[in-house]
Design a protein around this ligand. Structure first.
Ligand code: PGA
Length: 262
């Protein structure tokens, strides 16, 4: 099964509900022309209802309605977890996807591989698609253990899954050293061996289903470098931060990723 190229952005802690809805309204015409691509947008929790409502105004126009995702969730179904959000709460908002294991969650909020595994299981059980992020730190890269870190993160997250889950899974390789304003974009030489390693692990863990899980690249993606990343054979999508936080920026990176002029 071939899956469409994935392309989306995570707003992180930016954009109010009104701003997120306006972003989607302005983006809608370009989604109509990008019918080969499955686009997604991951706004803050508080913007999810507004984004879902805005999407409902135009999704029937599009061959592939945009997926709306949440940036995190808690693994428990309910309980005394002040400040947390469950998978069922996201599903009840008609959210399609949840981002799990983003580098900022792992490094700033101490999320462990095992918590991310439990979140993955809970998300799938609630019918949510999962976008799992994995990636090594700069120190791990320097010390030559990047592949081990990525393998550990991926193997633990998908430990108890089987092939049936594969259509709901997508994985982003986002080296920590490549993310944010101090990040350095990875090169094809960095990405190709790790993506091949990830593919072997996915197939080992999930059997035939593992062959079709899209592997995205993320970390300082821009209109200047998007075509280089999307041309890497094992890369099935791009996950963009800062460069796609305006509609013009989103469109410029998307156009570049599709091989067009930005
Ligand atoms: P960036 O963020 O594109 O701003 O580097 C990427 C990410 O955090 O996913």
């Amino acid at each position: 099964m071939t899956r469409p190229f994935l392309f989306g952005t995570n707003f992180k802690m930016n954009q109010t509900p009104t701003e997120s809805a306006r972003f989607l309204a302005e983006l809608a015409p370009s989604l109509r022309t990008a019918s080969e691509t499955q686009c997604f947008m991951i706004p803050p929790f508080t913007s999810l209802p507004a984004a879902v409502a805005e999407r409902a105004r135009f999704d029937s126009d599009h061959a592939r309605p945009l997926w709306i995702g949440a940036q995190n969730m808690h693994q428990a179904p309910s309980g005394a977890f002040t400040g947390e959000i469950s998978a069922a709460m996201l599903a009840a908002l008609n959210v399609d996807l949840v981002l799990l294991g983003h580098a900022e969650r792992r490094t700033l909020f101490g999320e462990t591989d095992h918590a991310i595994r439990d979140k993955t299981k809970a998300a799938l059980a609630a019918g949510l698609r999962v976008l799992l992020c994995v990636g090594e730190t700069a120190d791990e890269k320097r010390d030559g253990v990047g592949p081990e870190t990525v393998a550990r993160q991926l193997k633990i997250a998908f430990l108890e899954l089987d092939s049936k889950s594969a259509p709901m899974l997508q994985v982003a390789y986002e080296p920590v050293w490549s993310i944010g304003s101090n990040g350095i974009p990875a090169t094809p030489e960095d990405i190709e061996p790790i993506a091949a390693h990830m593919r072997r692990i996915l197939v080992d863990r999930l059997g035939a289903g593992g062959t079709s899980i899209p592997i995205l690249y993320g970390g300082s993606v821009s209109p200047e470098n998007a075509a280089t990343f999307s041309a890497i054979p094992e890369i099935g999508g791009l996950f963009v931060g800062r460069a796609a936080w305006t509609v013009a920026g989103f469109n410029a990176v998307l156009t570049a990723a599709s091989g067009g002029e930005s």
